[in-house]
Write a protein that binds this ligand. Structure first.
Ligand SMILES: [Zn+2]
Length: 379
């Protein structure tokens, strides 16, 4: 007997139907149109002999118009036995979307439970435990800190490394909770800054670094695409009211208050793309900027921001998707931090199709090294 479930941490999949002994249909549970309606993560539980299980995965029927499957797929589909330590790409050619669904086949061994997902999943509990492990075993080089507690009562854990009194650097991921390569990326940065590498040692001497891989733990655990537990998008943080005193989501307010109080010299924010249909060159990463540099009223901060933008364009794979930067709107934290607090940003998007735990870390660490190299010339 074979069955499917999405009832676990980071799970996403609904209206599950068994069409035949080894054929199933289900829908994704989307948040909003375009890129936030494609995330899926479900388990195939096989209590019988080996089988090739065919899955029809459909767009969310609660949205009347197409929800973005055409642009998200094809992409790498990641799978693993649930007890295995790593995901790997599903064999074969990744399917394109046809009339609102994709169809693919998953090999499942006897009495095996296999997890299938759109991303190399970075569960909150796993990342928090790994972060705690770094803090425990490297107490001479780093310490735990917390941004606060989520709507549902989860801690938002971070790792601090560096020298008190030096310029602060704040680095986060997971505003959009399904963008797991970014979470793995920023966990990789936490590993890097607390490591024994000479470059990390030098950064600890010159900066005070605060690294937070999962800023939206509730959304992560609930398997959301874009939202927190309240149904707010932490990237479009101010919604329809960019001039409001505070952003909408509880966790965005925590980020706002942290930055307003601590006044970092720079903040870094990692997000993700998925798929390659609209993209140009491998590895299909991207980056964002604010268009109006005069948002920074201080000439020194404006010049630092221009140098960070040069860094992103010239020294990272950010241009591999669109060649040019995407633009932050006035309702984003990046825009309002620039305008109200003068805090510049480095905003990078890792592709979920070409990065999992290792590649996410490698690309994020590379961006981090280049950005901090520039930063240290200006602070
Ligand atoms: Zn995002």
């Amino acid at each position: 007997m074979i069955r499917l479930t999405s009832d676990f941490e980071c799970g996403n999949g609904k209206e599950i139907e068994q069409l035949a002994a080894t054929r199933f249909r289900l829908q994704v549970d989307g948040d909003k149109q375009s890129g936030y309606c494609g995330y899926f993560c479900f388990d195939i539980i096989n209590e019988g002999p080996p089988a090739d299980v065919t899955v029809e995965l459909w767009e969310d029927a609660k949205f009347e118009s197409p929800t973005g499957f055409r642009t998200l797929f094809p992409t790498t589909i990641w799978f693993k036995p649930v007890d295995f330590h790593r995901f790997r790409p599903l064999p074969g050619t990744p399917p394109a979307s046809i009339q609102g669904h994709i169809t693919f086949t998953v090999p499942v061994e006897q009495d095996q439970r296999v997890r299938v997902a759109m991303t190399y999943v970075a569960p909150y509990s796993e990342v928090a435990a790994l972060l705690g492990g770094l803090a425990d075993t490297r107490a001479d080089r780093c310490e735990p800190f917390s941004v606060g507690t989520t709507v549902q009562g989860r801690d938002i854990p971070g790792l601090r490394a560096g020298t008190p009194g030096k310029p602060k650097l704040f680095c986060v991921a997971g505003q959009h909770p399904h963008e797991h390569a970014g979470v793995w990326g920023v966990f990789g940065i936490a590993d890097f800054v607390s490591s024994l590498l000479p470059a990390a040692q030098a950064l600890r001497e010159h900066l005070d670094m605060y690294i937070v891989p999962t800023v939206n733990p509730d959304g992560n655990v609930l398997g959301r695409n874009a939202f927190n537990a309240e149904g707010f998008d932490m990237y479009q943080a101010f919604g329809d009211t960019p001039d409001a005193d505070l952003p909408e989501a509880h966790e965005s307010k925590l980020l706002w208050n942290w930055v307003a109080t601590e006044r970092p010299a720079l903040w870094m924010n990692f997000h993700c793309f998925t798929g390659w249909r609209l993209n140009s060159e491998l590895p299909y990463d991207g980056w964002y900027e604010v268009e109006d540099r005069t948002l920074f009223s201080d000439p020194d901060q404006r010049r630092l921001y221009a140098a960070i933008c040069d860094t992103m364009r010239l020294e990272t794979d950010g241009p591999s998707t669109h060649e040019r930067a995407s633009i932050h709107g006035p309702n984003t934290l990046c825009y309002q931090f620039a305008k109200r607090l003068g805090v510049p940003h480095a905003f990078y998007e890792i592709n979920n199709a070409t990065a999992g735990k290792h590649q996410g870390g490698q690309r994020a660490i590379h961006v981090f090294k280049r950005v901090t190299n520039t930063l240290l010339h200006y602070v």
